[in-house]
Write a protein of this length. Structure first.
Length: 470
């Protein structure tokens, strides 16, 4: 017989006064029977049986001994299955007494809890021949046990006994139902490289249902190879995956094949932002999206995926020079120091410099700066912090300074929290207004002033786009 994953525990507790002094637990392996679960209950009839062989060697292989009110056998149905009304629970009990029992001498109770049960869910009384040997009793599950995934077997008399097997039987005879009402739900827009999941749902139908997914038509040549499950997944979406998806459902004992209406999936475009200077200041009303980038001459910021980015709103607590807050609604998921989803920020720079990020760090939350996969220290308001420090007992609003190297990714995030930012910059050397008046002949000089790249040539000052400043 097939080995099942029912978990079977026997516990005996010894009490001194009202305190429990010792608890002993034994674990058992089930050697026969089939677990009750939706996947193996026949849709068109039959009986599924769950059988447990409860043999404990310390009790001379007689079974699970119930010799006091604190002893119990705890059964847990496998795979999330639950008991249903009219399931039959059968118990095989061994009794080695030689006394002459009456009909109701040896009782075993099945209950949904060890304590607080005033009416038992079912009681089985047995009468072994001559007061010694094996006897079997059973009862049907009622309202008290309906929907339970676990139950206790306890003694219901002053006699010691051994529980040898517990069997649960269920009649599952049903009428076959043909599939109908097929619909598709899922992602209507997916970013490039994102995951697309479509799911087919039936309004009715039972038994073995066959599915087939199609793209851009339902002819045989449009069938997607291997797409025969209720769900169809594209792990890394691209422009070629955009289009109309269809699904068909069929059943061997039904004549018709049903079709779902087309479900259209489009490639979602990301509206990236490009800045002319090495300073970005968030603006109220800006829409932040997964994997969106903000690019300056020296920095590329990429926003994390799956963060649930909020609308950018004004924040009166923003550091000087900033006014609007960017923040997500989901904490980051981190693997080997590197965030893979949620609210985090990835910075890539083209030169070694000091990157300054205007941040909002929630109280008592560890702030991390990760260079590649290495967590590193950083500076806040001129104070150096070790990697992963909780920077403040109150919410911190200020400038995070990071010494960055070219061509190396840097990740910034808080664990257990959502880090907010207001913007960032790589400050340049401000040479003052005197430079604008300097005579440098035909040679062009590039300078940074107030975060703006300027070009000085022949005594005139131009923007990076060649517009002369007057």
């Amino acid at each position: 017989m097939k080995k099942i994953k029912l978990y079977f525990l026997i516990a005996a507790a010894l009490f001194t006064g009202s305190a429990m002094a010792q608890t002993t637990v034994f674990a058992y392996t089930v050697a026969e029977g089939t677990a009750i679960g939706a996947s193996n209950i026949p849709a068109t009839g039959g009986t599924v049986t769950l059988s447990v062989n409860a043999v404990e060697t310390k009790n001379n292989n007689l079974g699970a001994k119930l010799s006091s009110d604190s002893h119990y056998v705890l059964c847990t149905l496998d795979g999330g299955a639950t008991l249903q009304t009219d399931d039959v629970i059968e118990l095989k009990i061994f009794q080695n007494s030689t006394s002459n029992p009456t009909e109701n001498t040896y009782g075993v109770t099945v209950a949904s809890a060890m304590e607080g049960v005033t009416t038992f869910d079912g009681t089985v009384y047995v009468k072994p021949a001559d007061g010694k040997g094996v006897a079997t009793g059973s009862f049907s599950v009622g309202a008290d046990l309906n929907g339970k995934s676990t139950f206790y077997v306890r003694r219901n008399s002053s006699k010691s006994m051994y529980v040898q097997t517990i069997t649960i039987s269920r009649s599952t005879a049903t009428e076959p139902i043909c599939p109908s009402g097929l619909t598709i739900t899922g992602d209507e827009q997916v970013y490039a490289g994102g995951k697309m999941t479509l799911t087919a749902t039936l309004a009715a139908g039972n038994g073995e249902i066959a599915y087939q997914w199609y793209k851009d038509g339902t002819a045989a040549e449009n069938a997607i190879a291997g797409a025969t499950n209720k769900s169809y997944v594209v792990e890394s979406f691209s422009a070629a995956d955009a289009g109309s998806y269809y699904c068909q459902a069929s059943k061997a004992d039904c004549e018709a094949t049903i079709n779902a209406e087309a479900f259209v999936v489009a490639l979602k475009e990301i509206k990236n932002i490009t800045c002319e200077t090495d300073k970005y200041v968030a603006e109220v009303g800006t829409t932040i999206e997964d994997k969106m980038t903000i690019t300056t001459p020296s920095v590329t910021l990429t926003f994390g995926e799956g963060a649930g980015w909020n609308e950018v709103v004004a924040d009166a607590s923003a550091p000087a020079g900033y006014s609007a807050l960017i923040v997500g609604s989901s904490n980051p998921t981190v693997s080997n120091n590197v965030p893979t989803a949620g609210c985090f920020y990835k910075f890539e720079v083209s030169k070694s410099a000091t990157l300054k990020v205007a941040v909002k760090v929630n109280a008592n939350k560890p702030l991390y700066v990760v260079k590649g996969t290495e967590s590193i220290g950083y500076t806040l308001a001129g104070v150096e912090y070790a990697a992963g420090s909780s920077v403040s007992e109150t919410t911190y609003y200020g400038i995070l300074s990071i010494e960055v190297d070219a061509e190396t990714p840097y990740y910034v995030y808080c664990t257990g929290s959502k880090l907010g930012i207001y913007g960032f910059e790589i400050p340049g050397e401000d040479i003052g207004s005197a430079v604008e008046e300097a005579e440098v002949g035909a040679q062009a000089v590039k300078v940074m002033r107030d975060g703006q790249l300027l070009i000085i040539r022949d005594g005139k000052t131009y923007t990076a786009q060649g517009v002369e400043l007057r």
